[in-house]
Write a protein that binds this ligand. Structure first.
Ligand SMILES: Cc1cc2nc3c(=O)[nH]c(=O)nc-3n(C[C@H](O)[C@H](O)[C@H](O)COP(=O)(O)OP(=O)(O)OC[C@H]3O[C@@H](n4cnc5c(N)ncnc54)[C@H](O)[C@@H]3O)c2cc1C
Length: 456
């Protein structure tokens, strides 16, 4: 923060990857911030997370220490021949050999410039929390009511406390309350997450057992595919553990609340009856729970007044491209940069508008293409179906725009747009010029700008 800058009171709601990333980006730039988290401590939910080159670039922009720590915690594929592959496509059903068929032993998806890396979510969160002071995170603070007060936001917590801030950033995940606060008036149909007609069984298995079960396939990222079902595995925890996710297509609507439901081991096995029986031994390490996959395929705006959305609450994505958290990290890199350019709270709406313009088209495209990829991997893509060569070719073509994105250029573009807008604000203040709360204060055609970004 420079001496010319007035203090802006910022509340981040949610201490997941998105909220912590933003807090890291802001505190690294000397901007004070408070994170309010509903849980009483950092989440310890165990699962793996893969980060592509774009996510790593975002981490770099947030704080180079973050990148250094991630590099020391990450796990790469074990065998050098898989160094550059995000996964190796195999058959889930019993075949000639494990995962193989006559004429099919390997289906590498990746790129020369890409190096596969994953980590345990717990390790990523531990790194992130080490980069901010615990004093900046208030636990046990579940947001209950959000009230737009035009130039302030009033937040009431479940414990009865009320605070008023200049800016609220909702990072409260796919079911977050801030989504309703931002979208209810403009696009109420966008508010609830939509079921992807898919549920998963997941778990983490010690690598010694994984090797015993999977043989040569353990230790490297693999996708075992079949009609309407699949299994993704990859190493985490410096190769000491293997993360696995079984995907099951569900033609029915999801009944009841958007949360995991209990099931029996027999039901899991029945779902996966067509699989090579060796793969089912992984179920010993899966909780008997069906986790439904929901997403936000449409989000008409990421902000309203002084409140805005970041991470899954804005653009929760199905895991088909392993790109969801990466998009939250990109959000945080852009938003932290913009917020630090603002000289006063009066400029918060301009910050949010530019952020929405830069981030929403790309993040929503990730949501849409992740669903397409997920369907393709379970042999449901029209014209591709179960043709593994076509699946691998398609996968090899579809990921570059996510991985190779120039985030630094986004930052530069966002800065130019923001400064232009602020300049116009001072030269020609025009109250009442905008008729809609989220009309572009940039004087730009927002849809036009979005189309341009998608095309690039
Ligand atoms: C099976 C699966 C595999 C995935 N694999 C990958 C992968 O390999 N790579 C990748 O990049 N992404 C992956 N993702 C996506 C990734 O996990 C998410 O995008 C990411 O964790 C979302 O982070 P977030 O901070 O936005 O939300 P969350 O992690 O959901 O955090 C939200 C936080 O907000 C808090 N909160 C909620 N409501 C309130 C409230 N009212 N008041 C205060 N606090 C509140 C919650 O307690 C929580 O701590 C995967 C997702 C799934 C389902």
């Amino acid at each position: 923060m420079s001496r010319d800058q007035q203090h802006i009171d910022i509340a981040i709601i949610g201490a997941g990857i998105g909220g912590l990333a933003l807090a890291i980006g802001l505190t690294r730039r000397g901007m004070p911030v408070t994170v309010y988290e509903a849980a009483t401590e950092f989440s310890a939910i165990g699962a793996g997370i893969g980060l592509g080159p774009n996510a790593l670039q975002a981490i770099d922009l947030l704080d180079t220490r973050f990148r250094r720590l991630y590099e020391s915690a990450k796990t790469e594929n074990e065998r050098p021949e898989f160094e550059h592959s995000v996964f190796d496509a195999l058959y889930a059903e019993e075949g000639l050999d494990f995962g193989e068929r006559i004429g099919w032993q390997r289906g590498l998806v990746g790129a020369e410039y890409f190096t596969r890396s994953s980590a345990h979510r717990r390790d990523v969160l531990n790194i992130m929390k080490s980069l901010i002071s615990e004093d900046n995170v208030k636990f046990g603070k579940r947001v209950h009511v959000i009230k737009d007060m035009d130039d302030k936001v009033q937040i009431t917590f479940q414990d009865g406390q009320t605070i008023v801030v200049d800016a609220l950033i909702g990072c409260d995940g796919i079911k977050g309350i801030t989504r309703r606060a931002v979208l209810e008036d403009v696009a109420p149909e966008d508010v609830p997450a939509k079921y992807c007609n898919m549920y998963i069984y997941r778990g983490i298995v010690p690598m010694a057992e994984a090797k015993e079960i999977l043989g040569k396939h353990a230790g490297d990222a693999k996708w075992f595919m079949s009609k309407d079902k699949g299994l993704a595995i990859y190493p985490i925890s410096k190769g000491k553990e293997e993360n696995f996710v079984f995907f099951v297509k569900d033609t029915n609507p999801w009944k009841g609340p958007q949360e995991a439901v209990g099931c029996s081991r027999e039901e899991m096995e029945a779902d996966l009856a067509s699989f090579d029986s060796r793969l089912l031994r992984l179920l010993d390490w899966a909780k008997p729970l069906r986790w439904p996959i929901f997403h936000h395929p449409k989000t008409s705006t990421y902000f309203k007044g002084r409140a805005c959305l970041l991470g899954d609450v804005a653009h929760a994505s199905s895991p088909g491209q392993a790109a969801g958290a990466g998009q939250g990290l990109e959000d945080a890199a852009i938003l932290s940069h913009l917020l630090c350019l603002a000289n006063s709270a009066d400029q918060v709406k301009q910050v949010f508008s530019v952020y929405d313009c830069i981030r929403r088209p790309r993040a929503q495209k990730v949501v849409q293409t992740s669903e397409e990829a997920g369907e393709m991997y379970i042999w449901n893509a029209p014209g591709i179906e179960e043709d593994m060569s076509k699946i691998v070719d398609n996968a090899n073509a579809r990921l570059h725009w996510i991985w190779q994105h120039d985030l630094q250029e986004d930052v530069a573009r966002a800065e130019t747009m923001f400064l232009k807008e602020v300049q116009e604000m001072h030269v020609q203040p025009s109250p009442g010029r905008r008729t809609h709360v989220n009309d572009s204060p940039l004087g730009l055609d927002r849809q036009g700008a979005a189309a341009e970004i998608i095309a690039s």
